[in-house]
Design a protein around this ligand. Structure first.
Ligand code: 9G3
Length: 566
């Protein structure tokens, strides 16, 4: 492509609304432009990268024998009513009415559509297992779209759905898709981890998230410093490896602790470390109140609470509710003499505390030398805290470290939820109608593009991995008015393309400095510069990833490029 005819609006200034590198660079290098909050146009260079990402995904999915198709974005509301999701998803699900006033959802995902389609067409175990996939635009009305393509309201997803006559068959498909995802993200050059995740609203049992490691990632992953164990921190289980305390129990005592509110303030006032204290929080789990206890230095994991109670909503009670129920505000809550009948759930670590401190359910008073079992009872002990760095890895090998990740893929074992709701059955060998068993598998295609930029850039701009670069070579001519430069550059442009090498040819009448800066910003792996030495047939070659430069005779350029891309 000749840059004099291309639409690549690079900019020097950093757009105010872009607060992470990938968002800034994709805007400045002319790959995307925002149309509305969380809604983007892919300009020519961005579209080319998207195509390369999609090609890698298609190759790996097709190799599994998955069937590519394309489903509509407009989905009849009836389908979502049947699965109960029309109401389950609030304003995040974008909806509209057609001219006959019939309701539709703009597809946020396609379990309903694909299951109703398969239901009508597939009825025999002989046709199972089958996997369908699409690469298609999704719509989710995020409350706070941000970070450019990382959290948009209209984005490109590869979503796949597999159908099975048994859970063994589902397990096989899941494993195959898991391995395919590993190949896809490796081929894209990403530094990623597959982590055990929480199936959340999707139900089902197993799910893994594929996380591209990045400090701007919204998710925190906990991984072993010794083994391959890795889990989303929402899921990482704690290991009950606490030691029994040798200290003897001291007599319970009630102390005035005026204006001591936070755990740290109380610990300092009493004179013991934070982990010696007891943290008491009042939660509303589905509509009932639960007193939740953790050690002073631990944090309640609401996803674990939600899974423990199989609840649909878990939220902190308000201070007013705490005062009304327990007689005190947040800084003075405790499990002693709490209102009878309030459930008390405590993290395993609480079982081992000795002579701890907790609120007295009275403003400005705390109990000291509190001991579980003697001074308060617990309805149940459970793993309800977030793991902390240094905790033993749940697989028994090494200790946990944290990293932030961008979720670029997720694989789910759905089970029969959608097939039951949509009455999607197949006849088994005995001719008996059985409910279809499903898996679903997503990759955030546009999000992956941004994750690649997060992992591949430097202070001058993007540094595209060769698998996804919009062009393989950036050919610059320093002064197109000089006949010898123009001629050599034009000849090279034709020659490289005749060898199947993709070339972005900067033939603009711009100053050298502008061309070099744009070239560093756009981030094409190999730059060939035709300049002063065009007369004796020499050109300058430079690798974007390490800045390595060499002066080559023009006949050597093809080999140089092939070496760079082998
Ligand atoms: C919605 C809205 C947002 C959603 C969903 C539905 C997430 C929803 C989960 C999934 C599960 C898998 C197939 C590809 C892989 C992921 N956010 N999920 O179902 F209506 Cl507004 O999308 N779907």
């Amino acid at each position: 492509m000749r840059q004099s005819q291309a639409f690549i609006p690079t900019t020097k200034e950093v757009p105010a609304e872009a607060d992470i590198v990938s968002h800034q660079l994709l805007l400045r290098a002319g790959f995307i432009r925002q149309t509305a909050s969380g809604i983007y146009s892919f300009l020519p260079l961005g579209k080319k990268v998207l195509q390369h990402v999609e090609t890698v995904i298609r190759e790996e999915l097709d190799a599994l024998g998955a069937n590519e198709m394309l489903m509509p974005a407009l989905q009849p509301a009836e389908l979502w009513h049947q699965t109960g999701r029309w109401h389950a998803f609030g304003s995040e699900l974008m909806r509209l009415n057609d001219r006959h006033d019939r309701s539709f959802a703009l597809g946020a995902t396609h379990e309903e559509v694909i299951t109703s389609l398969i239901k009508d067409e597939l009825n025999s175990y002989k046709k199972l297992p089958i996997t369908m996939y699409q690469i298609q635009t999704k719509y989710r009305d995020e409350k706070r779209p941000r970070f450019g393509l990382l959290r948009g309201r209209e984005f490109i997803m590869k979503d796949a759905y597999s159908f099975h006559d048994s859970y063994e068959s589902l397990d096989e498909a899941y494993e195959l898709m898991y391995q395919a995802y590993s190949r896809i993200f490796s081929r894209l050059g990403l530094n990623f981890r597959a982590v055990i995740a929480d199936s959340g609203a999707m139900g089902g049992k197993d799910t893994h998230e594929f996380m591209a490691l990045s400090d701007v990632g919204e998710d925190v992953i906990a991984f072993s410093d010794t083994s391959s164990y890795a889990a989303n921190i929402e899921m990482a289980p704690t290991v009950d490896s606490y030691q029994e305390s040798e200290k003897k129990m001291l007599p319970l005592n009630k102390l005035a602790t005026p204006n001591q509110k936070t755990m740290q303030e109380v610990a300092d006032f009493i004179g013991h470390p934070l982990e010696q204290g007891l943290k008491t929080l009042l939660f509303k789990i589905d509509q009932s109140f639960v007193l939740v206890l953790t050690r002073g230095d631990h944090e309640v994991n609401d996803v674990k609470l939600k899974n423990l109670y199989q609840a649909s909503t878990v939220e902190l009670a308000s201070e007013a509710e705490a005062i009304e129920l327990l007689g005190a505000g947040f800084g003075s809550l405790g499990p002693i003499q709490s209102v009878k009948g309030i459930e008390i759930v405590a993290d395993y670590a609480v079982k081992y505390v000795r002579n701890t401190t907790c609120g007295a359910n009275e403003e400005g008073y705390h109990y000291v030398n509190v001991n579980p079992g003697r001074d308060f009872d617990v309805t149940q002990y459970a793993d309800i805290r977030f793991v902390t760095e240094g905790d033993p890895s749940p697989d028994g090998k090494g200790n946990l470290q944290f990293a932030r990740g961008i979720e670029i893929g997720q694989v789910f074992k759905l089970g029969t939820f959608y097939a039951e709701k949509l009455d999607a059955n197949f006849l088994n060998e005995q001719g008996k109608a059985m409910t279809l068993i499903m898996g679903c598998y997503g990759i955030g295609v546009s999000r992956t593009l941004a994750a690649i930029v997060e992992q591949y850039h430097d202070e001058k701009g993007i540094v595209w991995p060769k698998q996804v670069t919009p062009f393989q070579v950036h050919l610059l001519v320093m002064n197109s008015k000089k006949e010898e430069q123009n001629e050599l550059a034009d000849n090279l442009y034709q020659l490289l393309q005749s060898k199947g090498i993709t070339v972005l040819y900067d033939d603009r009448s711009e100053r050298a400095g502008v061309k070099f800066a744009d070239s560093d910003l756009i981030g094409i792996p190999v730059r060939i510069t035709v300049g002063k030495r065009a007369n004796d047939g020499y050109v300058e070659c430079k690798l974007r990833e390490n800045g390595e430069q060499s002066e080559l005779y023009h006949t050597e350029v093809i080999d140089y490029i092939h070496n760079a891309f082998e």
